[in-house]
Design a protein around this ligand. Structure first.
Ligand code: SF4
Length: 284
C-alpha cells in the first residue's frame, strides 16, 4: 500500500503542508486502506494541491467548495473513505457556510484544514485566522478583526470529532488522521501548518512556544464537550490532540431515511451498454 505518487509538490521548501501530505499517506496505510478505497477532495489555495500529491482518487474542486463535493461523493459511494482538505481561507472564509453545515450534518468523512493564518497562494493577505494586529498587504496597519476560533465554532455547531495538530508533530498528526478516518461521522482536524514564505509571525518556533498538548493536561476527558470548550478558551485555541469525540451519535447516512442503504454507485441503474453509449454520444 503505497500512497506516494511521482508528482513533485511545488510547495515552498519548509512549507507545513509537506507534513500533512506525509501524515495522510501514513495514516491511510496504517488503517489498512488500498489507494482505490481513498478519495481526497480539495479546495483552492496552496494546500488545495494536495489532492494531486497522494496516490488515490483526487478531485481539485473550486474555492471553498471541497465539502459539498466530498459529501456528495460519500453519499454516492459509501464504501469510499473520503477526505476533504484545504486552507483556513478556503474553509473558514469563502467556504464557511459549507463547513458549519457539514459539521452539523455529520456525514462520515474527514476534513483536514491546513491552517497557516494567511493567504499564501495569492502572496500573503490577512485570512480569517490571522491575529489582531497582523500586518499584510491587505492590512498594512494591522488587522483590526477578531480571528475566528474554528474549534470552538465546531463544538457549538454540534461536531462529533474535533482535533488539532501541528505540522512539526508528524507522529501526533498521523495518529489523529487515523482516528479521524476511523470515526463514524464528520471529523474536523485543524492543522497548524506554517507558511514559511509569507507568515513571519506564526512560525514553527512560535507554534512550539504557544501550543498546549492535551497530554500535559491530567485527567482530560475527550468525551466531555464542556471541558473541551473550556480548555480551548483557556488556551486561546492552542490545544493539540483529540479535543472532543462523540462516539455515540450515528452518522448522517445511518439516520437518513428514504435513501437506499447503498449509494448510487452501487445501485443497478438498469442502463444497457447501448443506452450508455447513446447518452455519452449526446453529451459529446
Ligand atoms: Fe506553503 Fe506559504 Fe509557500 Fe504556499 S506560499 S507553498 S503556504 S510556504
Amino acid at each position: 500500500k503505497d500512497f506516494r505518487n511521482n508528482v513533485k509538490p511545488n510547495w515552498c521548501p519548509g512549507c507545513g503542508d509537506f507534513s500533512v501530505q506525509a501524515s495522510i499517506q501514513r495514516a491511510a496505510a496504517n488503517v489498512g486502506l488500498e489507494p482505490e478505497q481513498l478519495a481526497i477532495v480539495s479546495g483552492i489555495g496552496c494546500s488545495g494541491r494536495i489532492s494531486g500529491y497522494v496516490n488515490c482518487y483526487g478531485f481539485h474542486g473550486i474555492h471553498g467548495r471541497s465539502l459539498p463535493i466530498a459529501q456528495g461523493l460519500k453519499m454516492a459511494n459509501r464504501e469510499l473513505t473520503v477526505l476533504a482538505s484545504g486552507g483556513d481561507g478556503d474553509g473558514f472564509a469563502i467556504g464557511m457556510a459549507h463547513t458549519v453545515h457539514a459539521i452539523r450534518r455529520n456525514i462520515d468523512m474527514t476534513y483536514i484544514v491546513m491552517d497557516n493564518q494567511i493567504y499564501g497562494l495569492t502572496k500573503g493577505q490577512t485570512s480569517p485566522r490571522s491575529g489582531e494586529g497582523f500586518k499584510t498587504k491587505s492590512t498594512p496597519s494591522g488587522s483590526i478583526e477578531t480571528p475566528l476560533a474554528p474549534l470552538e465554532m465546531a463544538l457549538a455547531a454540534g461536531a462529533t470529532f474535533v482535533a488539532q495538530s501541528f505540522s512539526s508533530n508528524l507522529k501526533q498528526l498521523t495518529h489523529i488522521i487515523e482516528e479521524g478516518i476511523k470515526h463514524q461521522g464528520f471529523s474536523l482536524i485543524n492543522v497548524f501548518s506554517p507558511c514559511v514564505t509569507f507568515n513571519k509571525v506564526n512560525t514553527y518556533d512560535w507554534f512550539k512556544e504557544n501550543i498546549v498538548d492535551l497530554e500535559t493536561i491530567p485527567d482530560y476527558d475527550p468525551s466531555n464537550r464542556i471541558q473541551a470548550m473550556t480548555k480551548l478558551m483557556e488556551t486561546d485555541g492552542m490545544l493539540t490532540g483529540i479535543i472532543y469525540q462523540n462516539k455515540t451519535k450515528p452518522s448522517y447516512e445511518n439516520l437518513v431515511t428514504g435513501f437506499k442503504a447503498e449509494g448510487l454507485a452501487k445501485q443497478d441503474m438498469k442502463l444497457s451498454q447501448a443506452d450508455f453509449d447513446k447518452l455519452v454520444a449526446e453529451f459529446k
